[in-house]
Design a protein around this ligand. Sequence first.
Ligand code: ADE
Ligand code: ZN
Length: 337
Amino acid sequence: MPVVDREFVTALPKAELHLHIEGTLEPELKLELARRNGVDIEQDTVEDVRATYDFTDLTSFLAVYYPAMEVLVTEQDFHDLALAYLERAAADGVVRAEIFFDPQAHTSRGVPFSIVVDGLWSAVQEAPSLGVDAALIMCFLRDMSAESARETLEASLPYRDRIVGVGLDSDERGNPPEKFAAVFAAAKEAGYRLTMHCDVDQDDAIGHIATVMDEIGVERIDHGSNILEDPALVAEAKQRGIGFTCCPLSNSFVTEQMKGAEITELLRSGLKVSIASDDPSYFGGYVADNILALAEAQQLTREEVVTLARNSLEISWAGDEATQGWLRRLDEVAAQG
Ligand code: ADE
Ligand code: ZN
């Protein structure tokens, strides 16, 4: 018997902190954008699109993920993509969404940086009308060069006030965090908050986690559950209040399981673990689906589910005033029946 139901999970105010906007491209919207832009994607139905969702690890996922983006061309496309996500997020009780975007996946296809940011930003500005406070986090693609990341950082500076932080994503194999140490130092200097992916079960995952904590100085780690391999790092992350954004349904697609036991152990060790959906249109669920899947698989208590939501708000980059308001609402929901 699940200890929490969807109604309760939805009612909890929560922040979604690990969400790639390109990974919210649902098949229906993909087909609509392909038609709108005259892009031949060789797929005519939702079933055709879903038939391409054939992946077993991060690399094979990314091989499907990047080509799908070719339907995103205009400012309106990026706006529509982000607004569709924000509507789904609002329905799941998300009060704060910190949205990853991958400028290089678009500029490398000839779509200007300004088109991407202007489109996403117009949706971010509409988010409060849905009851969501939204922000953008720019990710560098780690399988591209450090020079390309540096150019992307430069391109972002005129938009500095629209982007709260920077992250690092894409294929981790052979692309350790230290490759981007100088770019992240420059981003920090420019006032950006820092997070980085440490994907699950990568080669030298624990070495990457040590580097992002001790050399790069991130505030959050995206995924990061391999930290359990080193109890001293777990203790350090706890002491420093480092945030973790774990994505159970995503894990079950790119590894053999959702890593529910590991996520739960981190949570019970007192780490600031939050739950998010990563690329929900590919991995079968939005944030409430992820929380429910984990709660059911691990028989989390009601209090633990509340802690996941509380952690997400506490490690968000929304600022104290907004966060305190959401935490008060969280306590009210938690106190009811
Ligand atoms: N880009 C989109 N989703 C990703 C993930 N889970 N890991 C790395 N890069 C990504
Ligand atoms: Zn991710």
